[in-house]
Design a protein around this ligand. Structure first.
Ligand SMILES: [Zn+2]
Length: 253
């Protein structure tokens, strides 16, 4: 989940630039702080690794993405998606896959795309490059071992990127995926989540929702289920169709 939403980070950042230089002076301090806020949390930032946050704006397709699964509640979401014949993308945590391998396989068997959401769902800022690589590699290994699928997409927990992520993504062949709109489905009532998405929806959008809560067992995702149930037919009525993230990025593949 992204409990801090898409706001700027509350944590203060050091004023060392990526090359190690210390920036002096109050104006430069502000500039360095702004640069770091964008680099770490900005949806369009590619400073810490290749990343996308939308697909082709000319094609009327939307990608629904679900983070923090699989969970005990994921099968209920799969039933809704199946009933509406909608493919989605699931960014899974390795520890959740290890806990519920049969549910992870169910997601794959239903034809949905699976992405990497780290092993234990940590905030990556201020973490070492070794730690970041191990988090991504452990999730990759568990997803491959339990589902047979090799993820090609990665979503950073809380949308927070950091030094060392670029090399970790490159070593594992992962493209970063942010979002255009995030539904605060861990906090808001379903009607508010639905309204936000229906107001924002447009061609090429990537929406972020959750079928888990970090690595907590048995999360309550009723808000997510209700929002998805209402928004899918409403968006279809507008002529929008649903695709996986890879499909909206590379329509011909
Ligand atoms: Zn998450």
């Amino acid at each position: 989940m992204a409990s801090r939403g898409d706001r700027l980070p509350e944590r203060r950042y050091d004023v060392f630039m990526p090359n190690g230089a210390l920036i002096g002076g109050s104006v430069s301090l502000l500039a360095a702080g702004g640069f770091m806020a964008h680099a770490v949390r900005g949806r369009a930032s590619t400073v810490f690794g290749p990343s996308v946050y939308h697909g082709d704006r000319a094609r009327p397709a939307i990608a629904l993405t679900f983070d923090d699964g699989p969970s005990e509640s994921t099968p209920a979401l799969l039933r809704i998606l199946e009933r509406h014949n909608v493919p989605a993308t699931f960014f899974m945590c390795g520890q959740n896959v290890e806990r519920l391998p049969a549910v992870a396989r169910q997601v794959a068997a239903a034809g949905h795309q699976i992405g990497n959401h780290t092993d234990s769902h940590p905030r990556l800022d201020f973490c070492s490059s070794d730690f970041i690589y191990r988090e991504l590699a452990a999730a990759q290994e568990k997803i491959i071992r339990h589902t047979g699928v090799t993820p090609r997409l990665f979503r950073a927990p809380y949308g927070v990127r950091w030094f060392g992520l670029k090399s970790a993504q490159q070593r594992l062949g992962l493209l970063g995926v942010m979002w255009g709109t995030i539904g605060r489905d861990w906090k808001w009532p379903a009607a508010r989540v639905t309204k936000l998405f229906l107001n924002r929806a447009g061609a090429g959008d990537i929406f972020c929702l959750h079928d888990g809560r970090r690595t907590e067992p048995s999360p309550d995702i009723r808000v997510t289920l209700e929002a998805v149930e209402v928004m899918i037919p409403a968006l279809k009525e507008r002529g929008l169709r649903f695709e996986t993230v890879s499909q909206i990025l590379c329509p011909t593949s």
